[in-house]
Design a protein around this ligand. Structure first.
Ligand code: NZQ
Ligand code: ZN
Length: 397
């Protein structure tokens, strides 16, 4: 295990009716004028926005609001939010809704006190210094932004989707009422599941040895999803299953499961080009890319893939042929994604083979034009993974 510093200072307020405590928590964390930032309207329709406003009002805290953050949130609304927050003397931002609203709220929070363009932070040109405090009332288990130190925004100029990772954008508190997730359509529930699984696998596929403790945490998150997601697809108001999935989404991405190990993250970078070009849901893009990435990198560490297959997908270990076991695990993963309604090929996403070279050329690579660390990828490898994801597992086995 590697050395690490882990600080996850977010206060999580979990359970029924907890959104009514928003005002008290804002006061506790020193906010006096709040901007509530939300998405396309689900929080209006569910009455959540009104409940949060009532709670702020009861605590004597003034607020203004800005809706309209769209899935794969855009820079235009961030600029608008920054101006509004300055005009209204906002000192506290609440992201209300899904990862998109929360990420957009985080971008506003870093942008308000900064003289330059907030995009500098996403383009690795500057580091945030005086970020406004952010809190969330989250309505979908997926991105894990309620506990994470990251935010992902798409710049309309060039449709570049880029992430910022910085400790100052971890929420000071996050309110998580599983009942708020009852209204999620099945497709969004499944997209969220695919994203959570990907957050685990980006960490699980590592070259670091002696990380048994976090391996087991990762495996338990995956097993929880395999068990509970089919339950809520049948019974959307199953509180227990929704609650477990909600916490799984948080724990998968606040880095509890990833400390002390090298992490990969190439599938996320590869997926970002899909959501930037075709505006597909992030989780659906990952459902297509991740199995292809796994097939492509399988030979790099057959034992690790076989371990995953046995412990998570209940495959029988074939000691004579561990590669067979490893492949079976990936096939079961792909079959699970299919069974919950996810696409598993680029074609199903509406992507075109002729766009692959451009997507590979645009993918944000690491130092020396290399991506990831599990099996470091060149641009040629990235292109090959896009091509592999044109096919379903059935045709590649
Ligand atoms: O916009 P509204 O009307 O609220 O509707 C949303 C949206 O259409 C809807 N929804 C959310 N909660 C609902 C609901 N509908 C009914 N009932 C509810 N309770 O679901 C749709 C998707 O929402 P969105 O916020 O886009 O989903 P998600 O949480 O998956 O966020 C996706 C974004 O997060 C980024 C992704 O790249 C993508 O842009 N990510 C952020 C990360 C982070 N900050 O740490 C890490 C992730 O890897 C990810 O990259
Ligand atoms: Zn993700």
């Amino acid at each position: 295990m590697q050395n690490f510093v882990f600080c996850s200072p977010t206060t999580f307020v979990f359970g029924k009716d907890t959104e009514n405590e928003t005002g008290d928590f804002v006061r506790k964390f020193g906010g006096t004028k709040v901007m509530i930032h939300y998405g396309g309207g689900s929080v209006v329709r569910s009455g959540l926005l009104d409940r949060v406003k009532a709670s702020l009002d009861e605590a004597g805290i003034a607020c203004c609001e800005l809706g309209g953050a769209q899935p794969n949130p855009r820079s235009g609304l961030v600029y608008e939010g920054i101006e509004m927050a300055r005009r209204e003397n906002v000192d506290f931002i609440i992201g209300l809704g899904g990862g998109s609203a929360i990420d957009s709220a985080k971008a506003i929070a870093v942008g308000v006190p900064y003289d330059g363009d907030f995009w500098d932070f996403y383009d690795d040109k500057a580091e945030p210094e005086n970020t406004l405090p952010i809190a969330t009332v989250v309505t979908i288990p997926a991105a894990g932004s309620e506990g994470s130190n990251s935010s992902v925004i798409t710049h309309e100029e060039g449709m570049l989707k880029r992430g910022l990772g910085h400790e100052s954008i971890r929420p000071v508190f996050s309110i998580m009422n599983p009942e708020l997730t009852f209204t999620l359509p099945p497709y969004q529930t499944a997209c969220g599941c695919a994203d959570i699984m990907a957050h685990i696998l980006e960490r699980y596929l590592t070259n670091t040895r002696d990380v048994e403790m976090t391996d087991r945490l990762c495996e338990s998150v995956l097993k929880t999803l395999i068990e509970d997601v089919p339950v809520v697809l049948q019974e959307p108001e199953h509180y227990g299953a929704r609650a477990n999935i909600f916490w799984a989404g948080m724990i998968a991405h606040n880095n509890s499961c990833g400390v002390g190990r090298e992490q990969d993250w190439s599938s996320h970078q590869i997926e970002h080009e899909l959501s930037a070009l075709y505006d597909v849901a992030h989780g659906a893009g990952l459902a297509v890319i991740f199995p292809a990435f796994m097939k492509y990198t399988l030979k790099h560490d057959v034992q690790r893939y076989a371990q995953l297959a046995v412990r998570v997908w209940n495959c029988e270990m074939d000691f004579q042929n561990p590669e067979k076991t490893a492949r079976e695990g990936i096939a079961r993963f792909e079959a699970f994604l299919k069974s919950i309604g996810m696409p598993v090929t680029l074609e199903e996403l509406g992507a075109r083979e002729e766009d692959i070279p451009a997507m590979a050329a645009k993918t944000k690579m690491g130092p020396n034009d290399i991506l990831g660390s599990f099996m470091p990828l060149s641009r040629k490898d990235v292109e090959a993974i896009y091509r592999l994801s044109m096919q379903s597992n059935a045709s590649s086995r």
